[in-house]
Ligand binder design. Structure first.
Ligand SMILES: Cc1cc2nc3c(=O)[nH]c(=O)nc-3n(C[C@H](O)[C@H](O)[C@H](O)COP(=O)(O)O)c2cc1C
Length: 205
């Protein structure tokens, strides 16, 4: 049985928890993308959210290379993806790579650069979700190839590639991906990662 995009979306929702930022509950990482462009206006909003991320010493070490379907940048990012990601990501209208400058403005190593890039990517995916868009981050790509194709300097760490677009019908996917697209999301309990002393769950009434 093939489900519609809306039905798949329903299956992926986190249970509602009152007071939690809606985008944090609605966000998930689809593999099916509709044949619909992402507007410049939405991209600008997404990168404004990134822009106002916190960063160590306000270094703002993140950089994003953004490809739109049909252009050379997109093709370069797509060609760097591992096969398993190429099998679905080529339908997303936007492909990106997030990078972090590991050298700070004083010329020293910025040990927080990768942390800051990750935090900015979280802002990116939450803002996308708030706009009704979906983002799927991918560690599975050939960083050496991407570095070479774009001429990225050695001091830049390549983080995740990111597919962005409007969530589409699971029927666009192969059988295995369709299954992944409708499998409910699982998470650890708070007691497994929120501690009061090492390994001791913090009691929250
Ligand atoms: C840094 C990072 C790398 C990831 N790499 C891949 C990837 O290469 N391919 C893929 O299909 N999903 C990838 N994902 C997506 C995760 O599998 C997904 O976020 C996780 O299973 C939780 O699902 P959800 O995002 O729908 O909540 C990656 C996510 C992150 C944050």
């Amino acid at each position: 049985m093939t489900l519609s995009a809306g039905e798949a979306n329903q299956l992926k929702q986190a249970p509602a928890v009152e007071g939690v930022i809606p985008a944090a509950l609605h966000r998930w990482s689809p593999r099916a993308y509709a044949d619909k462009l992402v507007s410049d206006a939405d991209l600008k909003k997404i990168f404004e959210a990134v822009r106002w991320s916190a960063s160590s010493a306000n270094e703002q070490p993140w950089r994003y290379i953004v490809g739109r379907k049909g252009n050379e940048t997109y093709d370069k990012i797509f060609s760097s993806l591992f096969e398993g990601n190429q099998a679905w990501a080529g339908r997303a209208p936007v492909l990106m790579i997030g990078l972090a400058n590991t050298i700070n403005s004083k010329g020293s190593t910025n040990g927080a650069a990768v942390y800051d890039l990750g935090q900015s990517a979280a802002m990116l995916v939450l803002q996308a979700a708030d706009l009704g868009l979906a983002a799927h981050q991918m560690g599975g790509y050939d960083r050496d190839k991407a570095r070479q194709l774009f001429g990225i300097p050695a001091e830049y760490h390549l983080g995740a590639a990111i597919a962005l677009g409007h969530q589409g019908d699971p029927s666009l996917l192969n059988e295995r991906q369709q299954e992944q697209e409708i499998t409910p999301r699982k998470r650890k309990e708070l007691s497994e990662f929120v501690f009061d002393g090492w390994g001791e769950a913090l009691k929250l009434s």
